[in-house]
Write a protein that binds this ligand. Structure first.
Ligand code: ADP
Length: 456
C-alpha cells in the first residue's frame, strides 16, 4: 500500500472515475424510467381509445329504433374487447346493457366525443365514447361504449419492479466496467510510479517502465521517465566506476610514497638519501595527479558532461603543431611526418589533440631506441585518416583486442611502470564520440600502426 502524503482524505483517481461512471449510469437509468412511464401512459391511452372506437363502430349498425321499438340484432355484443355497451333512449334513460361496477351510467351523453370518466369509488377509471343513432326527425338512441382504463398504478408498479431487478445489475456492471477501464488506463502510471519509487529507494537502477513510447500522453511520459532513469543509471555507474578505479589505482603510488617516507625517516642520513626518497615521491605524486586527471576526463566523457565542442578545425595544422611539440628525441627516436594540407572538418580540437598526443606518446614509449615514428594524415573520400606508426616492441595478436580496455596493459613490466593503461581507452572513446573508428596493426618485435578514421 502506498502512503498518503497528507492527512487530507483524497479519493484515488480510479475510485473517482468509477463513482462518476456509476452516478452517470444511475442518472441515465432514472431518466429512462421517467421517459418510459411518460410514453407508455400515452401509448396505453391511445390504444384504449382506438379499441373503444373500433368496437363501438362495429356495434352501431346492430341496433336501431324502429317505430319507437328498440331492435337489437343477434350480432350485437354487449361486451366485446373489454368494452361494455349501454343503450340509452333520447332522454338518457338506460334501455339495455350492463355498466361495469363503479361506473355511473348517468354521465352526460355527447355524440362522438371520447372522454375520461372517474369511477364512483375511485377503484377504476373509464374511457367512454357515445354515439347518437337517429331514427326519424326527433327520435333516436344513444349507444355508449365503456372501457375500463388499464390500471395505471399496476403498470407503473410493473415498470418499477423491472427496474428494481435490472438496476442493481446495471449499477454493478457500470461500477465494475468503470473500475476496470480506469485501472487499465492508469496502469502505466502505476508502473511509472513503482519504477520511480524503487529507483529512489536505490534498489535497482536498471529498472524501466517497459511501456512502449507511444504518441499518447502516458507513452510520452513513460519515455521521458525511461530516459531520465537511463541518465541516472549512467551517472551512478560512472561515479561508481570512478570511485573504484581511483581507489584501486591510487593504492600503489600511495603505498610507495608511504614506504619511501618511513624509509627516509628511519634510515635516511645523508642529503643524497633524502633527495632520492623525494624524487621517488615526486614521481609517484606526478603519476597520481596524471591518473586523477585522466580518470576525471574519462568519467566526464562517460557521463556526457564533457560534451563535444565541435568547431571547424584544421586537422593538418593541429597535427603539425603537436608533432613539433612532442619530445621524441629522448630515446634517439626520430619523428617523420607526412601531412596532407587542408584536412579540415568539424571536430572538438581539444579532444582530437588528446588522441594525437596519446598515440605519439605510446609510439615513443613502446618504440625502439633510435627508431622511427611516422605520422601521416590524409583525406580519403569523406574521412580524415590519421596513422601513427612505430618500429618498437609491437603487440601480440591475442592482446590487440584488449588494449582498448580501461587499465589494461599488455605487460606492465615491459612498459617500465610508466603507463596507466588508460590512454587507449580514452582515445577510443573520443573517436567513437566523433563517429569515427580506430584500429591497430601490429607484429611483436616489428612495430605497431594505429589507424584513426574520422568522418569529415
Ligand atoms: P598505457 O598508459 O599503459 O600506455 P594505453 O591504454 O595507452 O596505456 O595502452 C594500453 C597498452 O597497449 C599498453 O600498456 C601497451 O602494452 C600497449 N600499447 C599501446 N600502444 C602501443 C604501441 N605503440 N606499441 C606497443 N604496445 C602498445
Amino acid at each position: 500500500m502506498r502512503k498518503k502524503t497528507s492527512g487530507k482524505k483524497t479519493l484515488s483517481i480510479k475510485l473517482k472515475l468509477t463513482l462518476w461512471f456509476t452516478s452517470f449510469m444511475v442518472l441515465t437509468a432514472a431518466l429512462c424510467l421517467g421517459l418510459i412511464l411518460l410514453v407508455s401512459g400515452r401509448v396505453a391511452e391511445n390504444e384504449a381509445f382506438n379499441i373503444l372506437s373500433l368496437t363501438a363502430r362495429a356495434n352501431l349498425t346492430e341496433v336501431s329504433l324502429e317505430d319507437g321499438t328498440l331492435t337489437i340484432s343477434p350480432d350485437f355484443q354487449f361486451y366485446s374487447n373489454d368494452v361494455y355497451f349501454l343503450i340509452y333512449n333520447k332522454n338518457g334513460a338506460v334501455l339495455s346493457g350492463q355498466a361495469p361496477p363503479s361506473f355511473s351510467p348517468d354521465a352526460p351523453l355527447e355524440n362522438g366525443v371520447s372522454k375520461f370518466v372517474s369511477g364512483t369509488d375511485g377503484s377504476a377509471d373509464y374511457y367512454v365514447l357515445d354515439f347518437w343513432i337517429p331514427s326519424g326527425w326527433d327520435d333516436g338512441l344513444w349507444l355508449r361504449g365503456v372501457l375500463r382504463s388499464p390500471d395505471g398504478r399496476q403498470m407503473t408498479g410493473n415498470i418499477f419492479t423491472l427496474f428494481a431487478i435490472v438496476l442493481p445489475f446495471l449499477i454493478l456492471l457500470a461500477a465494475a466496467g468503470g473500475w476496470l477501464i480506469a485501472r487499465r488506463a492508469l496502469a502505466p502510471i502505476s508502473r511509472i510510479a513503482d519504477a520511480a519509487e524503487s529507483i529512489s529507494r536505490g534498489q535497482d537502477l536498471s529498472l524501466r517502465t517497459g511501456i512502449p513510447e507511444g504518441r499518447d500522453e502516458v507513452g510520452r511520459l513513460a519515455g521521458s521517465f525511461d530516459r531520465m532513469f537511463a541518465r541516472l543509471e549512467q551517472s551512478f555507474e560512472a561515479e561508481k566506476q570512478f570511485t573504484s578505479d581511483a581507489s584501486h589505482e591510487l593504492r600503489t603510488p600511495t603505498a610507495v610514497i608511504l614506504a619511501q617516507c618511513s624509509y627516509a625517516k628511519k634510515h635516511g642520513s645523508t642529503v643524497e638519501d633524502y633527495r632520492e626518497a623525494i624524487s621517488v615521491i615526486h614521481r609517484q605524486a606526478e603519476k597520481m595527479s596524471l591518473l586523477i586527471s585522466r580518470l576525471l576526463d574519462i568519467t566526464r566523457l562517460d557521463l556526457g558532461t564533457q560534451k563535444l565542442k565541435r568547431e571547424s578545425a584544421d586537422l593538418s595544422e593541429m597535427a603539425r603543431i603537436l608533432c613539433e611539440e612532442q619530445d621524441t628525441g629522448a630515446r634517439g627516436i626520430s619523428l617523420e611526418t607526412r601531412i596532407q594540407d587542408g584536412v579540415t572538418g568539424l571536430f572538438d580540437p581539444f579532444l582530437i589533440s588528446r588522441v594525437i598526443i596519446n598515440l605519439l606518446d605510446n609510439a615513443r614509449k613502446y618504440g625502439r631506441e633510435n627508431g622511427h615514428i611516422r605520422l601521416s594524415l590524409a583525406a580519403e573520400e569523406q574521412e580524415a585518416v590519421l596513422t601513427v606508426e612505430d618500429d618498437g616492441i609491437g603487440i601480440p595478436p591475442e592482446e590487440q583486442d584488449r588494449i582498448w580496455q580501461r587499465f589494461y596493459q599488455v605487460n606492465s613490466s615491459r612498459e617500465g611502470g610508466s603507463g596507466l593503461g588508460l590512454g587507449l581507452s580514452m582515445v577510443r572513446q573520443i573517436v567513437d564520440l566523433h563517429g569515427g573508428s580506430i584500429s591497430v596493426e601490429s607484429r611483436p618485435g616489428e612495430g605497431s600502426r594505429f589507424i584513426v578514421r574520422l568522418p569529415l
